[in-house]
Design a protein around this ligand. Structure first.
Ligand code: AMP
Ligand code: ZN
Length: 470
């Protein structure tokens, strides 16, 4: 049984779906005002591993990743800052029109899709754009106004947090203590409570609504899109931990007030990618894109491998050295896999294979323990009691969860002529050739493993062996 850490209860819980074998999952998507950075991409690698694990366990997953193309303010709270999309329009010297905003959104959305494809992330059922759902926000806000959960002031419609006694329940946010420490500068004095947030902000360039032209708030967007595509209550909601205090608590407050039902049953959050002790952020200079890694010779799936060496909910410190070291490991994994013989002479012990399968299942089910799952693959590769073809099949099965595309990943390497190799490697190659001639495959397999451990791979071709540096 899959166990997942639910931020709502703070506990690792057994996952029980709402509907038999179908799982609805909402993943907070990117704000498309800039390129995604490798920290953002951790959120989608994590959601992908979660989704693949569920699929591996036999569930059918309906995943929605929204595209935020309006409403997300630079301040993240709803007090201050301008819309991040407006910031992008200014940065790119474009007019402040809806058409220009959509152009920017489409451009960064395409870049986002390219990134996640390079990371071998399965595409969701749908990527709904926030600006395509204005009617849905209006309907939801109308319900909140009718039920007395919202009120109008001079700059917009706000949610009244005092009407939702459970406000802050996600992550058990200590409201009073926190509010007292907040600076009150710039706080809207018309609001009834400090934590109240805007559902609709008035603005002349915005969309028509029953209350006046304006823009939806970022939180109402996610609530309305999630419920539209997944129903009023669905199984899993994911995002980065920075979303817990405000964005996700606000989503819960407005959705649950409108429907009287829980929004999502399991809330899962990934920890951050950190650089020099600070969270990587699009607004800071510490912002590294996937393409920056690729330009520096890092394969996107080596980045994915690096991420999976940590649990999704532990922070991870980015350094070039760490990612380069992960790439060395990943390359070795790919090469060792490629060197596994497709047909092996004698079968492995079936019980041993079952043990590996059971261990992998335990690690996956233990809140997606990818570091242990990767360590298990290394243990399997070293295990002399398992024959190559069984190793191959097990790894291919495990890779359905890890998504490293181990079988089809190639590192461009150059065939090294035997005479250019260090002497001891030349020696091993020739001994291995002899062993193969004598059909002593046990010996030749042992030698190949030694050659791999020394950092080379061997491919047997009709014209003789080809040697590659790993
Ligand atoms: P955004 O595009 O800013 O709306 O963020 C997209 C996703 O990235 C959200 O789930 C954020 O919580 C997450 N995120 C932002 N910064 C980081 C980071 N440094 N490490 C991991 N996830 C992050
Ligand atoms: Zn969201």
């Amino acid at each position: 049984m899959l166990k997942l850490t639910n931020t709502l209860t703070g506990k690792k819980e057994e996952f029980e779906p709402l509907h038999d074998k179908e799982v609805g999952m909402y993943t907070c998507g990117p704000t498309v005002y800039n390129f995604a950075h490798i920290g953002n991409l951790r959120s989608y690698v994590f959601a992908d591993v979660l989704r693949r694990s569920l699929e591996w366990e036999g569930f059918k997953v309906k995943q929605i990743i929204n595209i935020t193309d309006v409403g997300h303010l630079t301040g993240d709270s709803d007090e201050s800052g301008e819309d991040k999309m407006v910031k992008a329009l200014k940065r790119e010297g474009k007019p402040q029109t809806k058409e220009a905003m959509r152009e920017i959104a489409d451009f960064y959305f395409e870049k986002f899709k390219e990134d996640i494809t390079k990371l071998n992330i399965e595409l969701p059922e749908k990527f709904p754009f926030a600006t395509d759902h204005i009617d849905d926000y209006i309907k939801l806000i109308e319900i909140l106004l009718e039920k007395g959960f919202a009120y109008k002031i001079s700059d917009g419609i706000y949610f009244d947090t005092s009407k939702f006694p459970e406000y802050g329940k996600l992550g058990n946010i200590k409201l009073e203590a926190e509010d007292q420490t907040q600076s009150r500068v710039g706080v809207n004095t018309e609001k009834k409570n400090f934590r109240d947030f805007s559902l609709w902000k008035f603005g002349e360039n915005g969309w028509v609504s029953p209350w006046g032209k304006g823009f939806p708030g970022w939180h109402i967007e996610c609530s309305a899109m999630a419920m539209k595509y997944l129903g009023e209550t669905f199984d899993i909601h994911t995002g980065g931990i920075d979303h817990i205090p405000t964005h996700h608590n606000n989503e819960i407050a407005q959705s649950e007030s409108a429907t009287g039902k829980p929004l999502a049953r399991y809330w899962l959050h990934n920890a951050h990618v950190i650089t020099d002790g600070a969270k990587m952020a699009k607004s800071e200079d510490n912002f590294i894109q996937l393409n920056t890694l690729i330009e520096r010779g890092i394969h996107p799936l080596a980045y994915r491998y690096w991420l999976q060496q940590a649990r999704y909910n532990s922070p991870i410190n980015f350094t070039w050295e760490a990612v380069e070291a992960a790439q060395v490991g990943f390359k070795r994994l790919v090469q060792q896999f490629a060197n596994l013989a497709i047909q092996s002479p004698s079968p492995s012990d079936v019980g041993r294979l079952e043990e590996y399968r059971a261990k992998f299942k335990d690690f996956t089910e233990d809140d997606l323990n990818t570091p242990e799952a990767l360590a298990l693959i290394w243990e399997l590769l070293r295990d002399e009691s398992v024959i190559d073809s069984d190793k191959r099949n097990l790894i291919l099965d495990f890779d359905k969860v890890l998504g490293l595309n181990i079988q089809n990943t190639n590192f461009p390497t150059e065939n090294i002529g035997v005479k250019d190799l260090p002497e001891e490697i030349q020696q091993m190659i020739s001994e291995r050739g002899e062993a193969r001639k004598n059909k002593d495959f046990q010996k030749s397999d042992k030698l190949r493993e030694k050659i791999i451990s020394a950092g080379y791979s061997v491919e047997d071709k009709p014209a003789g062996p080809e040697i590659y540096k790993i």
